[in-house]
Structure formats: structure tokens, C-alpha cells
Design a protein around this ligand. Structure first.
Ligand code: ADP
Ligand code: MG
Length: 388
């Protein structure tokens, strides 16, 4: 399937630029299985790659020009001069690929120009990281075309810098690392402090299980400000507790830490979420590595949702409705995933229950007067790679 997509993207590249591309690369979107809002607290996350991916046909240039085109956005080819690239100057989609070129050059890598045409099946703005897919596919293509010799985690760091500084979005390191480093049939256990990582077997089909993604199609407008508040609150908690990051608060010391926070009620809730969430990631990793029944992770996902809803307070009625309805219809586990205030939830289910759960969630949304959600199955898929 990816080969047919690669051919299509390459053919469109040839139409646009009048020559065949030097290569075609792919980078996936991701879903986070567990470990939410831990990535800016130096903590643990556990994403896996989606089959949905950004595909880019790319040729190198030597003349300091960057040409960009997306099949998914109205408008023609954007032409930029590498010497003119500057952070936060571009508010369009082109900031993502241009930001990657900027970050590579800033880090001293000799990138001299490129023609890029891309197309993506990662839904945009659904919390599935279409932005990281875009960045990573461009970074991998340039890494190969300019023989930069950078590893997946190094590309991820540069992509994060592109998004933080060039695009101006204060995101953590999870999305780019997931897109760059995930492997099919596995979830990625990532320590966001030092980017050490481990591939953890996560082959649901072999156990008669499925993982559904329910995209609520909701994006609440205040989500960016709320994200900033959570980040600031976590930093305040770390400062009050005298640690570098909340990751340094041991789970066994949680009660003592919480009591030291005195009347800082809001900070106390944020700290409790981060510390318990890191512990949940570790529990999921050891369950999956033990090879025991994967169903055992279900209750941990549900605990995680309650913590995000009640302590971190970033859920919303649509996400809670998915989780409550899915569990009432026999799901093994469910939780919101991603930044919160909309986006997607995940549902872990026995294969025979999938249709009934999907129907129940869709009907519950209709009854509540919510937009019809988009439900699809997420098979843990391969990370970024060369296709042609
Ligand atoms: P998410 O990463 O959760 O999907 P973001 O807001 O971080 O949401 O990134 C979405 C942005 O990424 C879009 O607004 C657009 O600028 C860019 N983008 C995503 N997919 C594409 C695409 N196929 N073509 C062009 N731009 C894209
Ligand atoms: Mg994003």
C-alpha cells in the first residue's frame, strides 16, 4: 500500500517540478498509549505509530532555494530563500517544513536547498500529531539526501526545535520521537529526560484485541492557554519541591510531597497527576514486557483518564462521553489521549465488541447533540522510513 502512495506522490512531484524526485519518504502520526503531559516534566511516555502518515517526494538543490507544496492545502508552490528563513515569520503550514530546514542549518548542517511535495493521511488537529509527521518526513529526507548521518532521536530533537522556535509552539519531544523511532507491532517506551528508549511488544491482533481511536472532531479554542497554565503549574510544583522536574518526585514519596505543598491546591493536583502518570507508564511497560494478558493494562488506562479529568482537568464532555460509553459497552479500557480539551480518545476492546462499542459511542454523541465522531482502528505501525 505505501508503495502505491509513494508512486502517486512522486508522480505529482514530477508534474509540479518537471523532474522525478530523488526519493520518497514517509513519517507517521502517533497515538499515545499512556503518559500524558509527562513529556515536559522529564517523564515517561509510551506512544505508538499510526498507519496514517505524511509522505514526501524530495529532491536536493544546491542554489539556496526551498520550494514547498502540499497536496492537502489550497495554493501553489511556495518558494523561499534559505537565507531569508527566520523564526515566527511564517504563520502558514510551510513553517513546519521550513522550520526543519532552518533548524538543520542552525545546527551547522550543510543543507543547500530542496524541492518538496508532500501529502498526508494524518488527520490535522485531531491530537494525532500531523505536525510532527510533517517535520519528521522532511528531516529524514534531508538527512538522507545530504548524508547528514543523524539518528532518529537527533532528528526528533531538531524537529522539536523547529516547532518550538520557528513555528512558535511550545511542544514536548514525544511526537517527533514517536514519528521518527517507532516500530511496527510495538509501543515506544521513551524517557523524555535523556531520550533513552525501548521498543515494547504491543501486538493486539495476536491476542484478539483491537485499539480504536475516536476522534471527537472537537478542538476547544482555549486549549493553548490552558496548556501553558499546566506547564507553568508543573514548573511551580517542581520549584516548590526543590527538584529539577516533577519526574524527580518518587512515587513512594508522593504523599509527603503533596503535604509539603500546603495550601497550593491546584499545584497539588498537577503534581499528583504527573507522579502517578509516570508510575502508570512503568506499570504498563512491565505488564506488556511480561507477556501476560494485555487486557491487564485496561484498568490502568481508565485510572489515567480519571487523573487527567479530575486532577489535571484537561478532559471535556465529548472525551468523557467516549470513555464512559465505551466502558459501559464492554471496552477493556479507555482514556483521552493527547493534549486534551478535544482531540481523540483511545478504546481498548475485544475484537467481537468493536462494532457494538462504535455504535454505542456514535449514538451517545447523537443523543448529546455532539458532532459525529470519527472512529478508526489503530494498528501499531512503522516509524519514519524511506519508501522509494
Ligand atoms: P496536530 O499535530 O495535533 O495534528 P497541530 O496544530 O500541531 O495539530 O498541527 C496541525 C498543522 O500542521 C496544520 O494546521 C497545518 O499547518 C500542518 N499540517 C498538517 N498536515 C498537513 C498537510 N497534509 N499539509 C500541509 N500542512 C499540514
Ligand atoms: Mg502537533
Amino acid at each position: 500500500m505505501s508503495e502505491a502512495v509513494a508512486e502517486t506522490v512522486a508522480a505529482r512531484f514530477s508534474e509540479l517540478y518537471g523532474a522525478e524526485p530523488h526519493g520518497v519518504w514517509a513519517a507517521p502520526g502517533r497515538v499515545n498509549l499512556i503518559g500524558e503531559h509527562t513529556d515536559y516534566n522529564d517523564g515517561f511516555v509510551m506512544p505508538f505509530a499510526l498507519p496514517h502518515m505524511a509522505v514526501a517526494a524530495v529532491s536536493r538543490r544546491e542554489d539556496g532555494v526551498l520550494r514547498l507544496h502540499s497536496a492537502d492545502v489550497e495554493g501553489g508552490v511556495a518558494e523561499l530563500r534559505l537565507d531569508d528563513l527566520s523564526p515566527e515569520s511564517d504563520k502558514n503550514w510551510t513553517a513546519y517544513p521550513a522550520g526543519v530546514v532552518w533548524a538543520l542549518r542552525e545546527a551547522g548542517h550543510a543543507v543547500t536547498g530542496a524541492d518538496i511535495h508532500l501529502s498526508s493521511t494524518v488527520p490535522s488537529g485531531a491530537g494525532l500529531s500531523s505536525s510532527a509527521a510533517l517535520e519528521v518526513v522532511v528531516a529524514l529526507a534531508l538527512n538522507d539526501l545530504f548524508s547528514l548521518g543523524l539518528r532518529g532521536w537527533q532528528l526528533a530533537r531538531l524537529c522539536q526545535r523547529a516547532e518550538n522556535v520557528y513555528v512558535g509552539a511550545p511542544v514536548g519531544i514525544m511526537d517527533q520521537t514517536a514519528s521518527a523511532c517507532c516500530e511496527a507491532g510495538h509501543a515506544l517506551f521513551l524517557d523524555t529526560r535523556d531520550l533513552s528508549q525501548k521498543q515494547v511488544p504491543f501486538d493486539l491482533a495476536a491476542e484478539g484485541m483491537r485499539l480504536l481511536v475516536v476522534d471527537t472532531q472537537v478542538k476547544h479554542s482555549h486549549s493553548e492557554g490552558e496548556y501553558g497554565k499546566r506547564r507553568a503549574g508543573c514548573e511551580k510544583g517542581a520549584a516548590l519541591l526543590g527538584v529539577n522536574a516533577l519526574r524527580d518526585v518518587p512515587y513512594d514519596d508522593l504523599d509527603a510531597a503533596l503535604s509539603r505543598l500546603g495550601d497550593e491546591e491546584e499545584v497539588r493536583r498537577l503534581v499528583r497527576h504527573i507522579v502517578t502518570e509516570n508510575e502508570r507508564v512503568e506499570r504498563v511497560v512491565s505488564l506488556l514486557e511480561s507477556g501476560d494478558d494485555t487486557r491487564a493494562i485496561g484498568p490502568i488506562l481508565v485510572e489515567g483518564h480519571a487523573s487527567l479529568r479530575d486532577d489535571f482537568r484537561i478532559s471535556c464532555p465529548e472525551l468523557d462521553l467516549v470513555v464512559d460509553t465505551a466502558l459501559a459497552s464492554g471496552a477493556v479500557g479507555a482514556r483521552m489521549t493527547g493534549g486534551g480539551f478535544g482531540g481523540s480518545a483511545i478504546v481498548l476492546a475485544e475484537e467481537p465488541d468493536v462494532d457494538a462499542i462504535t455504535k454505542a459511542v456514535t449514538e451517545a454523541f447523537a443523543t448529546a447533540g455532539f458532532t459525529t465522531p470519527r472512529v478508526f482502528e489503530a494498528v501499531p505501525s512503522a516509524g519514519a522510513r524511506s519508501l522509494l
